[in-house]
Design a binder for this molecule. Structure first.
Ligand code: SAH
Ligand code: SF4
Length: 395
């Protein structure tokens, strides 16, 4: 299968290191505790104190949302000044923010090199979900997805990924007062889904490192079950996701036969339905309480027949799963239309009769093009050469 694969994972995917910074200072956001410790020691912190200092700085940055070393009041004045000399605490810059009639917020944020990604916050009654991006654009040209039509692709760094969460907490005004105890309070930003732009499993290490900070009890402190990573089916990385991140998994399934899935989700030509299901059957974290979400976009006349629903039931056998039916979100020039409500409900009934929870996702933020699969940044307009992009991202 490998040789015939048309998937061009890395054509324009430009890696970047954290710490490459236009200001010449090293950004502490997104660094692992180990890296932060090493850096402090390199900059003169005695080894014996380093672990404690890491904990202090870490809490200031991720628990209290402090960006200015001067405000880190349990550090000596001298140390604060030293830190400010060499380091900074920097997150992506918000370029624009739109608020939908239904309260959904869509942000366009700018990362190094001037590239842009979208972040969406979806408030619900009992929780608030932040949909974050893992790449600028996506290399996997799924035919129904707006992001997939964007040519420019670059992996986000851990700083840029965790920075999206910090940006949203800024906007929601959700950093606690230092010393306050609001443990029991419901958080405005209570859940994270990696369902924005990009294929998270094509940027595995950076996504993992960012999620470690998000899950860290002294970091953003969201439990692993509050994070859902959505993949189009990068089979070799699925097992690692359970082992190294441990979050919940969602899979963009979308079709019940290879022929259709090859068209909708072209990565299927590399890892077909059978290979994907084998990997999911072995997903070590899957259990009744941690079911795998099968995302299924409802495309009129393409994948929405009763036969499809019956086939799907068969395929799911043996996998603790639920199905999330996503009414297709149309975008300008899209080659598909949304299935009718009747069709979607008929499809859902077949799944439910077979014992599968199959909620129909309510499209959110449609008026601001914030719904799933509609994200595509304006960076697209400036198609740049690889050399140009590389030069910019590393300046
Ligand atoms: N790349 C990852 C995560 C981002 S997409 C993935 O594909 O899983 C998040 C979800 O939105 C995926 O299930 C994707 O298939 C779906 N999606 C993409 N475009 C859509 C559209 N126009 N309407 C509805 N869902 C869409
Ligand atoms: Fe990429 Fe996911 Fe869109 Fe496919 S659906 S093009 S994998 S972002």
């Amino acid at each position: 299968m490998e040789t015939s694969a048309p998937i061009t994972q890395d054509v324009l995917t430009i890696p970047r290191k954290d710490g490459d910074d236009p200001t010449g200072k090293i950004n502490l956001v997104g660094l692992s505790r180990e890296r932060l410790r090493d850096l402090l020691i390199e900059h003169g912190t005695p080894e014996k104190q380093a672990k404690m200092r890491v904990g202090q700085i870490w809490q200031w940055i991720y628990q209290w949302g402090v960006r200015d070393f001067d405000d880190m009041t349990n550090l000596s004045k001298a140390l604060r000044a030293e830190l400010a000399e060499s380091f900074e605490v920097r997150i992506p810059e918000v370029v624009s923010k739109q608020v939908s009639d239904d309260g959904t917020r869509k942000y366009l944020v700018r990362i190094n090199g001037g590239h842009e990604v979208e972040v969406v916050y979806i408030p619900e009654d009992s929780r608030g979900t932040l949909c974050i991006s893992s790449q600028v654009g996506c290399t996997l040209t799924c035919s129904f997805c707006h992001t997939g039509t964007q040519k420019l692709v670059r992996n986000l760094t851990p700083a840029e990924i965790v920075g999206q969460v910090m940006m949203a907490r800024d906007d929601l005004g959700e950093w606690p007062e230092k010393g306050s105890h609001n443990e029991g309070e419901a958080r405005l930003l209570s859940n994270i889904v990696l369902m924005g732009m990009g294929e998270p499993l094509y940027n595995f290490e950076n996504v993992r490192d960012a999620m470690k900070i998000v899950m860290d009890g002294e970091g953003i402190a969201l439990g692993r079950r509050r994070i859902t990573l959505s993949t189009s089916g990068v089979v070799p990385e699925i097992h690692r996701t359970a082992k190294e991140i441990g979050c919940l998994l969602a899979v963009s399934f979308h079709a019940t036969e290879d022929e259709t899935r090859n068209k909708l989700v072209p990565i299927n030509k590399r890892w077909n339905i059978e290979a994907l299901l084998d990997a999911l059957r072995e997903y070590p974290k899957a259990s009744n309480s941690e079911r795998i979400t099968f995302e299924y976009v409802m495309l009129n006349g393409v994948n929405d027949s009763d036969e499809d629903a019956h086939r799907l039931v068969k395929l799911l056998e043996g996998i603790p799963s639920k199905v999330n039916l996503i009414p297709f979100n149309e975008w300008p020039g899209a080659p598909y239309t949304r299935s009718s409500n009747n069709r979607i409900h008929a499809f859902a009934r077949i799944l439910m009769a077979a014992g599968y929870a199959s909620p129909i996702r309510t499209p959110r933020g449609e008026d601001i093009m914030a719904a799933c699969g509609q994200l595509k940044s304006a960076t697209e307009r400036a198609r740049k050469s690889r050399a140009q992009i590389e030069a910019e991202t590393n300046d």
